[in-house]
Design a protein around this ligand. Structure first.
Ligand code: 5AD
Ligand code: SF4
Length: 466
């Protein structure tokens, strides 16, 4: 354990109430969907200790920044936010009101105690593997200690975190995330995740099924399975055999109420036959796959330690499309990895043309301390990165619009999620994650209805009942 000083832990009963009023926690979430899920679980853990979640920072007695370390910009945002919080904390102190500030997530894991040195406002730093200890850490921080908990604990945090509360799940809506796997053993040379999230750990089938059932009972219709390397998930099934993600999806599709399943993020090397077969067989598995390739150049893929070629990727997509012809693809791309030449970049443009994405995320390479890429020769000039990013983005935007346009006139299934911005409208979600705007009479929240697409908006689709 990496604690500043060990002293008496305050009893739980006194921890969460001041003058009888419930304490409030505000969590600001940065980065990926796993952080969104983690923030919810932290809220649940703190609720068990008497903390009510608030969306208003001014009301909060406890402010947590759940941070992302994936690129430099993401990490820098945290420090500027901590600067603002320092000011706020000082104003609060003058008014005689306490405010505890904590940093969780991947910056917490990567920088640990350094955060206390750089940001005076911070009282506690907790890494992703120790969220189950958060209530205890908060109690200690309230007792005046500075607490750092970034150890990879041997205990299973999911065994110790309270189950998501049904009332909270219902408030969060009809779609939900569910972490099935954490960490990564792939060690791509650009990526900080193996260092911040640790090595691959899969949750048990029993835990995952129980959580999915609970979500379904609370009204959730669509579950997205999360993992840094989600298709590396494996576990012992109810039949005593070793299951992969494909087999798990067959099992989850049996849960009454769960009508839609997704998973993210996958690595091309872990797309096995059973997972591809699940795409063929399961109507609940949405025909939309996020399968990052990062680059189209074999030379760069090798330097990135992706351990596959551009041709391997294209062959894989062909197999997936044979299994599920209506599948749409999404991906991630990095431009300007060290050593990337114009020709390498053209190969990336080429793989994008060959794949034809429904959407994709593009990033400029950002050297991360401690990763092999950061120490490589041939760092690419920012201006060159900018120009490449622009060209790639333009191509992807064009494909994205073409995909949306191809849906006009078609009848598609839509999960109704929430009221629209305009009166009389409701917003649903297409199988490809696009918002679908339709007349509110079309159905109730949680319904899955067929609608006919009439036109496209900037990032959404307009539809009428089919
Ligand atoms: N620089 C830029 N982009 C990165 N990604 C991961 N690490 C870096 C980095 N150092 C991108 C990858 C990954 C996505 C989540 O973020 O494309 O798939
Ligand atoms: Fe950011 Fe990656 Fe950590 Fe998610 S796992 S918070 S994307 S660094």
């Amino acid at each position: 354990m990496e604690l500043d000083d060990i002293s008496e832990i305050m009893p739980a009963a006194s921890a969460a109430a001041v003058n009888g009023a419930a304490k409030k926690v505000f969590i600001k979430t940065y980065g990926c969907q796993m952080n969104v899920y983690d923030s919810q679980r932290m809220n649940d853990a703190l609720a068990a200790d008497g903390y009510a979640a608030t969306e208003t920072i001014d009301d909060a007695d406890l402010v947590l920044l759940n941070t992302c370390h994936i690129r430099e910009k993401a990490a820098e945002k945290v420090y500027s936010e901590l600067g603002r919080l320092r000011q706020m904390k000082a104003e609060r102190a003058e008014a005689g009101r306490e405010m505890i500030v904590g940093v969780t997530g991947c910056v917490a894991q990567a920088e640990g105690r350094e955060i206390l040195r750089r940001a005076a406002a911070v009282d506690l730093v907790v890494g992703p593997q120790t969220y189950h200890r958060l209530p205890d850490v908060v109690r200690r921080a309230r007792g005046g200690q500075k607490v750092v908990e970034t150890e990879y604990s041997l205990e299973d945090k999911f065994e110790h975190l309270p189950q998501p509360r049904k009332s909270e799940v219902a408030k969060r809506g009809v779609t939900a995330f569910l972490t099935v796997q954490e960490g990564c053993d792939k060690f791509c040379t650009f990526c900080v995740v193996p260092y911040t999230r640790g090595s691959e750990v899969s949750r048990s089938v029993a835990q995952i099924v129980a959580e999915a059932e609970r979500l379904a009972e609370a009204g959730v219709r669509e579950v997205t399975l999360l993992g840094q390397n989600v298709n590396a998930w494996h576990g012992e099934g109810s039949d005593g055999k070793e299951w992969g993600l494909g087999r798990l999806l067959y099992r989850l599709a049996e849960i009454p109420g769960i009508a839609r399943l997704r998973y993210t993020t996958s690595h091309p090397r872990d797309m096995d036959d059973e997972l591809i077969a699940a795409h063929r067989d399961l109507r609940a598995l949405m025909p939309y796959l996020h399968l990052p390739v990062q680059s189209g150049s074999d030379r760069i893929l090798k330097a990135m330690n992706r351990r596959h070629t551009a041709a391997d990727y294209l062959k894989l997509i062909e197999r997936i499309r044979t299994a599920r012809p209506d599948i749409a693809m999404s991906g991630d791309f990095i431009v300007g990895f060290p050593g990337e030449t114009d020709a390498d970049f053209e190969a990336t443009m080429e793989i994008v043309r060959a794949t034809n994405y429904a959407s994709a995320y593009t990033f400029k390479y950002s050297p991360r301390p401690g990763t092999p890429g950061a120490d490589m020769d041939g760092h690419v000039d920012e201006k060159v990165k900018d120009a490449r990013l622009q060209r790639l983005q333009a191509l992807i935007t064009q494909q994205q619009h073409a995909f949306a346009d191809s849906l006009v006139g078609q009848t598609i299934s839509t999960l109704i999620e929430k009221p629209g911005r305009e009166p009389g409208q409701i917003v649903g979600r297409s199988p490809w994650l696009q918002p679908v705007i339709v007349d509110e009479k079309a159905g109730e929240i949680g319904d899955i209805i067929n609608v006919r697409i009439t036109k496209t908006g900037t990032n959404s689709l307009f539809a009428e009942t089919a």
